[in-house]
Design a protein around this ligand. Structure first.
Ligand code: PEP
Ligand code: MG
Length: 556
């Protein structure tokens, strides 16, 4: 029987492939009394640990480089004699699952205490623990499933640790039952170029290995695909062929120039961005370089990471955003995980109130990396809310010897006060992901609120227009680096609202440039006005799309 599910399309692309459902995380066992036959229970532990070891070894053989080393090391951990022996000894007081669960928790806690490299291994011990308990329970191993052929991954949502292991060669589309269009899962799918749909209610009912059709632009998932879906996939492949190459500059139909830059998280992505024709980097998410760190990276280490990004470009500019830790991107050395409402807590620039010196040391590292490079390095702070904060940041940037300071406009107060803020700094970059979440009071991670967490909301467009207008009167540049810039129709609207540059995942560049090329600035302004004066997000989107027939031609 055919079933259709719809969600919010976040990365365009159409595929047909078998589905694999991401198993739920392994829950803690219910503690049971000591077994009647401890030797049989001990044997179950030995067998489960050997099975997990063998599975991980087998997986290691299918990959190369760092991934192989990590899997081999984790495989060894699965049959760690101390872990197994200690758990078996505990069978005098409890069952096998609880014994493994508790012993691994104690090992992880000891590693955490040791700090540094050892602390980072604690997560691996907990991963092995979950795998052994899943094996004992006879349920699928946690994490991204491993299949022999490319597949569509269906999940509730992905945790940051899962996204790190997402391989675009095997996962050809990503569908989440939850997650908003600006969630970090969506950001990651876009940067990997994997067609993706979020907030697809009911999609977890699809069965493993059933063929599914996914349309990442329309947000549709269909089971039992037929000839019509196959044709849509073929048409998409033609579009991919047409949009394969882009080399700037991006010009509108009337010759107006709109610099298109890239959002990157490290040197590798910066090189990809340069190869994709980006006119530099509009957003270097520096926290992405250090998400796996428990301790503050040294100035030398940071300098190396930033210098690698700068070295990817011969000219153009790179906008470095200082650490944006907090909420969905906690960094243990900067943020407090016990805050009751982390999205409204001490995050972004606000962490400099408590973590004295971290921002200064980061600026020192950026300045050192900038001295090794001939490109223009600009620095901006995340989550600026007032002109006073903008002035403080500008002071720190100048003290570090860096020439150009800017701010992100992500908090509604910053959009409303863009004039006084721009008196303090040289440029602003609108972060539509957070701006949308704060304007609409709608958590960007929640799929259930996806229709609110939508940058097409007229209230968001209104604030973007206000910010851009204040930039135009101050003669300072106001760009957009949120996910909105990667949506070709919305990119036209942003330009029409007065935004002067756009920054996006490198893979979005060709489609955005192709659609921008189809309009004059005057047409973009008319389209933007139609969207801004609509009364709903859906209405705004429909009003813009109606005037952009090129989208239909390209399947975008
Ligand atoms: C944004 O909020 O739009 C943004 C670009 O920052 P991030 O997505 O990293 O929070
Ligand atoms: Mg943000």
């Amino acid at each position: 029987m055919r079933a259709e599910y719809s969600g919010i399309g976040v990365v365009p692309g159409r595929v047909i492939a078998p589905a694999w459902i991401m198993p739920p995380p392994v829950a803690a066992p219910q503690k049971q009394p000591a077994p009647q036959d401890p030797e049989a229970e001990a044997e179950r532990i030995r067998e489960a640990s050997a099975a997990v070891h063998a599975q991980l070894r087998e997986r290691a053989e299918t990959v190369t480089g760092d991934a192989r080393d990590v899997l081999k090391a984790t495989a060894l951990m699965a049959k760690d004699p101390t872990l197994i022996k200690t758990a078996i000894k505990r069978l005098t007081s409890t069952d096998a699952e609880t014994a493994i669960w508790e012993v691994a928790a104690e090992t992880a806690a000891q590693l955490e205490k040791l700090g540094g490299y050892m602390a980072e291994r604690a997560a691996d011990v907990l991963d092995v623990r979950a795998r052994i308990v899943a094996q004992l329970r006879g349920v699928p191993a946690p994490g991204i499933p491993h299949a022999d052929a490319p597949f569509v991954l269906i999940a509730t949502d992905l945790a940051p640790a899962d996204t790190a292991t997402l391989d675009p060669e095997s996962v050809v589309a990503l569908v989440c039952a939850e997650g908003g269009p600006q969630s970090h899962t969506a950001v990651l799918a876009r940067s990997l170029g994997i067609p993706a749909v979020v907030a697809a209610t009911g999609v977890l009912d699809v069965t493993d290995e059933a063929d599914v059709f996914v349309d990442g632009a329309g947000g549709t998932i269909r089971t039992a695909p037929g000839a019509a879906e196959a044709e849509l996939v073929t048409a998409w492949q033609d579009t991919v062929g047409r949009l394969q190459t882009y080399s700037g500059p991006c010009l509108l139909k009337d010759g107006s120039r709109i610099p298109l830059r890239a959002n990157v998280g490290d040197g590798t992505q910066a090189r990809e961005a340069a190869a994709a024709g980006a006119e530099g980097v509009g957003l270097l998410r520096t926290e992405f370089c250090f998400l796996d760190r428990d301790t503050e990276p040294s100035v030398a280490e940071q300098t190396r990471a930033y210098a690698e990004v700068f070295a990817a470009f011969d000219d153009h500019k790179v906008v470095v955003r200082t650490l944006d830790a907090g909420a969905d991107k906690p960094l243990p050395f900067l943020t407090d995980t016990d805050e009751p409402n982390p999205a409204l807590g001490v995050r972004g620039f606000r962490t400099s109130r408590k973590a004295v010196g971290v921002l200064e040391r980061q600026l020192e590292a950026i300045a050192a990396a900038a001295r090794q490079s001939s490109i223009d390095v600009h620095v901006m702070a995340p989550m600026i809310a007032t002109a006073e904060e903008a002035a403080q940041f500008a002071g720190l940037v100048a003290a570090a010897g860096l020439p150009v300071a800017g701010v992100m406009v992500e908090v509604p107060s910053a959009a409303l006060q863009a004039g006084p803020i721009l008196d303090q700094v040289e440029f602003a970059s609108i972060g539509t992901n957070d701006l949308t979440q704060y304007v609409m009071a709608s958590d960007r991670m929640l799929g259930g609120l996806a229709e609110l967490s939508d940058p097409w909301q007229p209230a968001v467009l209104q604030l973007i227009r206000m910010t851009a207008a204040q930039g135009i009167s101050a003669e300072k540049s106001v760009g957009v680096c949120g996910e909105a810039a990667a949506d070709p129709a919305l990119a036209v609207v942003l330009v029409g609202l007065g935004v002067s540059s756009l920054s996006m995942a490198p893979r979005a560049l060709p489609a955005v440039a192709e659609v921008l090329r189809s309009v004059t600035l005057e047409q973009a302004q008319r389209i933007a006005e139609a969207a801004r004066t609509a009364t709903s997000a859906a209405g705004a989107k429909a009003a813009a799309r109606e005037q952009l027939p090129v989208l239909e031609d390209l399947g975008l």
